[in-house]
Design a protein around this ligand. Structure first.
Ligand code: GAR
Length: 192
């Protein structure tokens, strides 16, 4: 069985969409894959409750308990590796990862970013798209490489930016599409 480990920091709606897709499309039978664990750097991340309710193993590792980014990432790797992951999926995991972490999971580390990359790497993507006068925005699923939000693109979804949009209304429109493309990209990668 190919184990998927999902990393979250908050609400975990993308993680929930992946878990639901795995259930509805019976990934265990069709892809030989399962969501083995959900890991958060915040013990109170709401998404952990949902994962637990689905019978998925959850782990919390607070980055504040570590002296350096390297120390945290080393502990995180140990914890993730206990689940022998075929894929490590970043789903709203709001931590910058060290090159050591990225190298360790090279080729099996995915991220979803709420913009049409290569535009708007980093934070506040929706406000920046509105401020730039973009008529379209969206989200990107990509392989993670050492450079932040750069890496081979696997899937993108496009949504319109509507008159009167705020960062929140645009984010909500983009998020509904994230829930479509992230499970699809993961399934395609597992099938390949
Ligand atoms: C999503 O919009 C995701 O694209 C974004 O955080 C949100 C998490 O929502 N990720 C990043 O900004 C990564 N730089 P969720 O916890 O409900 O899935």
């Amino acid at each position: 069985m190919k184990n998927i480990v999902i990393l979250i920091s908050g609400g975990g709606s993308n993680m929930a969409a992946i878990v639901r897709a795995a259930q509805q499309q019976d990934w265990a039978r069709t892809l030989g894959a399962r969501v083995a664990a959900v890991v958060s750097n915040k013990a109170d991340a709401k998404g952990l409750e949902f994962a637990r309710s689905q019978g998925i193993a959850t782990e919390a590792l607070d980055h504040k308990g570590f002296a350096s980014r390297d120390d945290f990432d080393a502990a995180l790797m140990q914890l993730i590796d206990r689940h022998q992951p075929a894929l490590v999926v970043l789903a709203g995991f709001m931590r910058i990862l060290t090159p050591g972490f990225v190298t360790h999971y090279a080729g099996r580390l995915l991220n979803i970013h709420p913009s049409l990359l290569p535009a708007f790497t980093g934070l506040h993507t929706h406000q920046r798209a509105i401020d730039a006068g973009c008529k379209f925005a969206g989200a990107t699923v990509h392989q993670v490489t050492a450079e932040l939000d750069v890496g081979p693109i696997l899937e993108q979804a496009v949504v319109p930016v509507l008159p009167g949009d705020t960062a929140d209304t645009l984010a909500a429109r983009v998020l509904t599409q994230e829930h479509v493309i992230y499970p699809r990209a993961i399934a395609a990668l597992l099938r390949a």
